[in-house]
Ligand binder design. Sequence first.
Ligand code: ZN
Length: 448
Amino acid sequence: MKKIHLYDSCSKEIQEVPLKEHEKNYMYVCGPTVYNHAHIGNARPLVVFDTLKRTLLACGYEIALISNYTDVDDKIILAAEKENITEKELTDKYIAAYEELKKNLNILPVDKKPRVTEYMPKIIDFIDQLVKKEAAYIIQGDVYFRVSKIASYGSISNKNLEELKVGARIEENEKKENPLDFTLWKETKQGIQWDSPWSKGRPGWHTECVAMIYDITPQHHVVIHGGGMDLKFPHHENEQAQALAYDHRPLADLWVHNGMVNINNEKMSKSLNNFIYAKDLIAKYGGNVLRWVFLSTHYRAPINFTDEVFQQAITELNKIYMPLKQAYVKLAFVEEKLKNSKIDVDKYDAFLDAMADDLNTTQAISVLFEMVKQLNVSIRQNQLDAAMVLQNCNTVNQMLEVLGIVPLTIKLTEEDKTLYRQWEAYKKNKDFENADKLRKILVERGIL
Ligand SMILES: [Zn+2]
């Protein structure tokens, strides 16, 4: 099987991913806190890690993707109060919106989607174990993680302890042993609460992902742990610290992070008033175009959203879809019955090589365009080699599938064929008025 390489934030180098053959591998991607619609920064990891999953599947690996929903948080309590609904009603609403977004971005069904509210006994038990191992301590109903237990703390975000301490002192909490110690459980008076051995309250954000990974995966471990760059510190650092304290093993073989999204060369933020929801871009351009935009930049690089970037994506997708349409129309008039699922093995292999090389989608897309060129040449031959045309179409579509870009096949009905022949006849006779009318009908039918 093809070896997969990815950049690991912890070792700071590109590494071979230790995937098991003929056995299930697990990947975990931190999901959203569901108090609002997803902005485009939330949409990028959806596309990146779905494309990674598709690549692993295409290379023959078994892979299960786990991604949580954080449905307990201060922001959720505030938003529910503002919308005058319960927290459950609010989170159900935004989880449904998120699922709709995934459908629009052509994301494969996620294998497990645990919610924090459904995981409370396991989260409480996990924190309790950390307390027993003296990696956590209780102060007045709150539980904190003891960062001094973990010598390698800071390795994912590439920060040293002294640096981190200086930053943390700004928001120093008098009760904590060390300013870097983070909350595992906090006593709360407002919003939804759970009973625990320490107080009525709710868990901190950093424990849920670890408790879920420990529960769902047989080895208490994932091969790839993913998320946006902004999650490196403190979230992923804190996840890793808990796993190391729990059983002296890292939580993941590789920590993989995608780059951020900028709008017209500016960082997206509410204060700059350039906050864009993914659903609004999808309403404007469609999910397929948005997905293509994400894939046109390497996943680790920052991506800059401008109108031109979207126009370019539309042009590029047309360059792929037009020859596919033309090819299927030509094939519809071929006498012989073609049932060929053959592909250009060499080109497809070169495409997968690029994908397996730290998910080099830009290189893979250039191989895809070489294939489109080959398709263009094959449909312009005077003597049409139908089997070759079909093979080229199959290869282009199979590459699109791996990218999660909607493939295109057309089957013409007898009526379509009659209309098409008529259109050609009008053109030949220079009856441009009727040719134009028919052209519109054929465009509506998706043939032209
Ligand atoms: Zn997480």
